[in-house]
Ligand binder design. Structure first.
Ligand SMILES: Cc1ncc(COP(=O)(O)O)c(C=O)c1O
Length: 429
């Protein structure tokens, strides 16, 4: 595979990652890029659901959707929310934009590194952004008391935390988030961005949406693109007390959601079991992938509860060079974190993907870090798509052993750890 298979300029154009479409156009039409960059659930929707969506394509494209209240009403029925407290947006980014315009008055504090819109959006509208640096030494863990102290020192009037955080996947236990909300009761606004929360398996009860409903100054935000594996649909929602929800809802156009979003939302109810299964498969893959990455000498792996794992490259190795190497030689797309405030190019975010894709990643990583392995990816690898129903045994020995092969090129077998037992606790989607 030649290194000029992709125009590398497309990777450097702006602060955000290029879209998958832009990459395909820039890669001389190659169709087998494996996307470890965009954090999308690979196990949902199921192939059956994709067929249903394909069957509805003509109507989706020809007809107007219902208004946003109708679609949000169905989402609330499915998820068990009170519709007065919910607002749906065309991607959660639309809601972030309006939350900033309407509710962030002068300043906002957020831990960094984090999702770029939470720093860039308020900066673009002239607000002061107080950035609380998370430290590698502490595994990028958020210390609630230190963050509150920082907010008091800076006099910030609004605060945002992503839980789990992007790019490291760090999770703050629910009781700590509630304590944070209590400590910040006097602020204009506190947002808890729970976009990756469904992937958490550290504890059974994770969301603070029930707190947001009854507090004066709290919004819980959730993208639906990540957990439902449908970034292109552009849908997300927020939960807040009815007055706060009304303020944001009033700013949005009546038809801000498209017909794709409507059809998907009305499909979800029938597919709760498959969704739960997709989360189980993802947690299994996260454990296995983290172990395999930890088996690569010199690579530091941060514990994650998201659908991605952040790694630190050994000193002297640069994430931009790694990204270009993986893209050009292995058809693997990763997120180097150099353009994230509070991070550097030594950090790379890797989306959790099915085992056969991870093999290709590990081979590419190995050839970049140690220059020892074959440059050719295994020929069983394809797809930015899903791996639903694939042969790898869930957490079983067969899966684990197959999974060990690429890592073994470089480091011997990964340490054997028993999978964390996990109850199938989710009752709603
Ligand atoms: C923490 C977090 N919140 C929100 C978003 C925006 O998601 P979307 O606009 O696709 O719903 C992202 C995107 O990566 C994110 O990481």
């Amino acid at each position: 595979m030649s290194s000029d298979a992709i125009d590398p300029g497309v990777l450097r154009r702006n602060a955000h990652s290029p879209s998958f479409f832009a990459l395909q156009r820039a890669s001389s039409g190659r169709r087998d890029l494996v996307d470890f960059c965009i954090p999308c659930n690979p196990y949902f929707p199921t192939p059956g659901m994709f067929s249903q969506l394909a069957g509805a394509m003509e109507q989706i494209l020809k007809y107007y959707p219902s208004d946003a209240d109708t679609i949000a009403g169905e989402l609330c029925d499915t998820l068990g929310h009170n519709p007065q407290t919910v607002v749906m947006g065309n991607g959660s980014t639309e809601l972030i934009t309006w939350i900033d315009h309407l509710l962030v008055r002068e300043s906002l504090a957020t831990p960094i590194p984090t999702f770029g819109r939470w720093t860039d959006q308020p900066l673009e509208t002239g607000k002061r952004v107080d950035m609380f640096q998370l430290h590698e030494m502490r595994g990028f863990e958020l210390d609630v008391d230190a963050f509150v102290h920082f907010i008091r020192m800076r006099g910030a009037r609004a605060a945002v935390v992503c839980n789990p955080n992007n790019p490291d996947g760090g999770y703050v236990p629910r009781r700590e988030v509630v304590r944070l909300l209590d400590l910040l009761i006097d602020l204009d606004l506190v947002v808890v961005d729970e976009s990756f929360l469904d992937f958490v398996d550290a504890e059974p009860h994770t969301s603070v949406a029930d707190e947001a409903r009854i507090r004066p100054n709290v919004i819980v935000l959730k993208s639906l693109g990540k957990n439902f594996g449908l970034h292109g649909v552009r849908f997300g929602y927020m939960v807040a007390n009815p007055a706060l929800a009304r303020t944001v809802r009033a700013a949005l156009p009546k038809w801000n959601l498209n017909s794709f979003a409507e059809v998907v939302v009305f499909l979800l109810r029938e597919h709760a079991a498959e969704y739960r299964e997709s989360l189980r498969l993802l947690a299994r893959d996260r454990l296995l992938m983290s172990q395999q990455l930890a088996g690569l000498p010199g690579l530091k792996v941060f514990p994650s509860q998201g659908n991605f794992v952040m790694v630190k490259l050994p000193d002297g190795k640069d994430g931009v060079a790694l990204r270009d190497h993986l893209m050009g030689r292995h058809g693997v797309f990763v997120r180097e974190c150099g353009n994230k405030l509070g991070s550097s190019s030594q950090f790379v975010r890797l989306v959790v993907r099915p085992e056969k894709d991870v093999q290709r990643l590990l081979i590419g990583l190995g050839s970049f870090l140690y220059g020892t392995a074959s440059e050719e990816p295994p020929d069983n690898v394809v797809s930015p798509g899903h791996g639903w129903g694939e042969a790898t045994a869930p957490g079983g020995e067969a899966g684990r052993e197959a999974g060990a092969t690429a890592a073994n090129h470089f480091a011997g077998a990964p340490p054997h750890r028993e999978p964390v037992p996990r109850e199938d606790f989710r009752t709603a989607i």
